[in-house]
Design a protein around this ligand. Structure first.
Ligand code: DON
Length: 555
């Protein structure tokens, strides 16, 4: 392929780093990296008991439902990528589903808020983790669930990040659900501080039922009845029948190659794998490395690739059971055409990229974890409640927080705004449909072996966080901890503005981007717990992102 050389190469002065340095761990054996230290330890313990990467990942998934209530969950959903050594990479998709009673205009008039019972989709996490375990796990099911039961029943010490998060959500006047306040409030009514112990009895009982009776216990019988009761009392939509009907899907990932690496990401109903592949395919037409990591040339191209992929996301992507996603989005030919349309000296106005879409005027939390075991099995998992603490409703008696994933559907049919609200058809609400996600748990292989395992929270910024980590490692040969720490950039087509973590560190870059027509604002981005495997030595290097308080552990 012909490499286009960049017109805008410029060496910029190095400046002080503003992002926290990622924590590095190295091991020849297994490595686990996630946001919650006690959950990382539980993943490592599963590996040490002889479990594989999926056993560890399932243990971490259940543990974080206890120790990271912002986003760890059994009441939400997500995507787990699994690369077993020598076998096909798969995506276990356990995205929430719209209940039967959901209507296309649920959010159209703005009366249903993200904290409404109606914002919850049917949870997928327990089915997803169970599917992963049944397909790949080697430890008994109970062994991977019970550590979470113990954490919930006996309690665990909250750290400063969790204490701050809990204090914030409890102090917010919008948090009105009495059960949420009872369960997550400090029993003496004071503010949480690091070292305080959080006990979650009802959640412990729910998890114990799941551990002892299997995943059906979550979707049928007593626990399903508790959800239906909660929904009846709170005016929600989910019924016991909706829960009984829920299935996780085992899907073929989106695959592309990038400069000799094989990149695998989640397929629809996530937009992540498709948009990531589209952006990488576009960028492969340029020599980013020659331009330099913080050059206006390289960053302009990255942003132009982002805009085009996000315009296609709005145009085409949704649940594949309801909408046809065109194959051309991830082809090299299409990417070449897109690359040819980029003016190297001028920002393309975003609205011109999808002229057929009429435009009107007008937080955190998800969590990602990565595991590679001693035999080279890799797991990349991102799951979420959508907003921090979901819809802030705890199912009475069952003790778990519900998601507000229904807000990931396009809220107002036909209404796409320059501020970023999307109303296109592929992602409108329908019964049993899954909302479009941006979650992008990613596995990069080199010659069939794991090379990079990454992902992030951050809503629509997720795909671009992953893109930044991948180009940092592949194009710019950064160490994995530098790749994770480096300031990130985001453009999502609309609003037509770049968000950049490095505004203070790279003022000259910002100036040059503005000079060619980009608008730039400052924003923090993502939490990318990543593992890199040295292709020469096989050593696994975990990098825990410290934008929150991640932990990397190794055997
Ligand atoms: O699936 C999605 O793309 C969103 N529900 C993810 C939400 C998220 O990442 C929130 N914050 N960090």
């Amino acid at each position: 392929m012909r490499l286009l050389t960049l017109a805008l190469t410029l060496a910029l002065p190095a400046s002080a780093a503003a992002q926290p340095k990622a924590e590095r761990v190295e091991s020849k054996g297994g490595v686990v990296v996630c946001v919650s230290p006690p959950a990382a330890d539980i993943g490592l313990a599963a590996l040490k008991r002889g479990g594989n990467a999926v056993d560890a990942a399932v243990s971490v998934g259940f543990a974080m439902a206890v120790t990271w209530p912002e986003a760890g969950n059994v009441g939400g959903g997500g995507f787990m990528m699994v690369a077993p050594p020598g076998k096909e990479v798969r995506c276990i998709e356990y995205r929430e589903t719209a209940p039967l009673a959901a209507k296309v205009d649920l959010f159209a008039d703005g009366t249903v808020t993200p904290l409404d019972h109606r914002a919850a989709g049917v949870p997928g996490t327990v089915r997803g983790l169970a599917h992963a375990h049944k397909t790949y796990g080697t430890l008994p099911w109970k062994d991977v669930v019970l550590p979470a039961v113990k954490l919930a029943e006996d309690g665990f010490a909250v750290n400063a990040v969790l204490a701050a998060g809990l204090n914030r959500v409890l102090a917010d006047p919008k948090t009105t659900n009495a059960e949420f306040k009872r369960v997550y409030g400090k029993p003496d009514g004071t503010r949480w501080a690091a070292g305080d112990v959080l006990v979650l009895k009802d959640l412990g009982r729910t998890l114990r039922l799941v551990a002892e009776k299997g995943p059906d216990a979550f979707y049928t019988g007593e626990l399903a009845d508790l959800v239906e009761k909660e929904m009846t009392a709170g005016g929600g939509l989910i019924t016991a029948k909706d829960l009984a009907a829920y299935r996780a899907n085992d899907r073929k990932p989106v695959h592309t190659t990038y400069r000799g690496y094989d990149v695998y990401g989640p397929p629809p109903p996530s937009s992540g794998g498709t948009a990531l592949a589209e952006m990488l395919n576009v960028l492969e037409n340029f020599d980013l490395k020659a331009a330099g990591r913080w050059s206006p040339g390289a960053n302009h191209l990255v942003v132009e690739a982002m805009k085009r992929a996000y315009a296609d996301r709005a145009r085409h992507l949704g649940d594949p059971a309801f909408t046809t996603v065109p194959d051309h989005l991830v082809t090299k030919e299409y990417a070449k055409k897109l690359a040819g349309g980029i003016d190297p000296k001028k920002a393309t106005p975003a609205a011109t990229l999808a002229p057929e879409i009429a435009l009107d005027k007008e937080s955190d939390s998800t969590t990602h974890f990565s595991v590679v075991d001693k035999d080279g099995m890799a797991v990349s998992n991102t799951y979420t409640l959508e907003n921090s603490y979901g819809n802030r409703v705890v199912v009475r008696g069952a003790g778990y927080i519900l998601n507000n994933e229904m807000t990931d559907f396009n809220p107002r049919p036909g209404f796409t705004s320059t501020t970023g609200l999307i109303g296109t058809k592929p992602n409108r609400i329908a019964p049993f449909k899954r909302p479009l996600s941006s979650m992008t748990p990613t596995i990069v292989l080199k010659d069939g072996n794991p090379f990079l395992v990454t992902g992030s929270p951050g809503g629509r910024t997720i795909i671009n966080t992953v893109l930044c980590v991948v180009v940092n490692v592949v194009d710019f040969k950064m160490s994995v901890e530098d790749a994770v720490s480096a300031p990130r950039m985001h453009h999502q087509w609309l609003p037509d503005v770049i968000r950049f973590e490095g505004v203070k560190e790279h003022p000259e870059l910002v100036k040059r981007l503005k000079a060619i027509g980009h608008e730039v604002t400052e924003a923090r981005q993502g939490d990318a717990h990543t593992i890199w495997v040295d292709p020469k030595t096989g050593v696994r290097v975990g990098a825990a992102d410290k934008r929150l308080d991640g932990k990397a552990v190794g055997e």
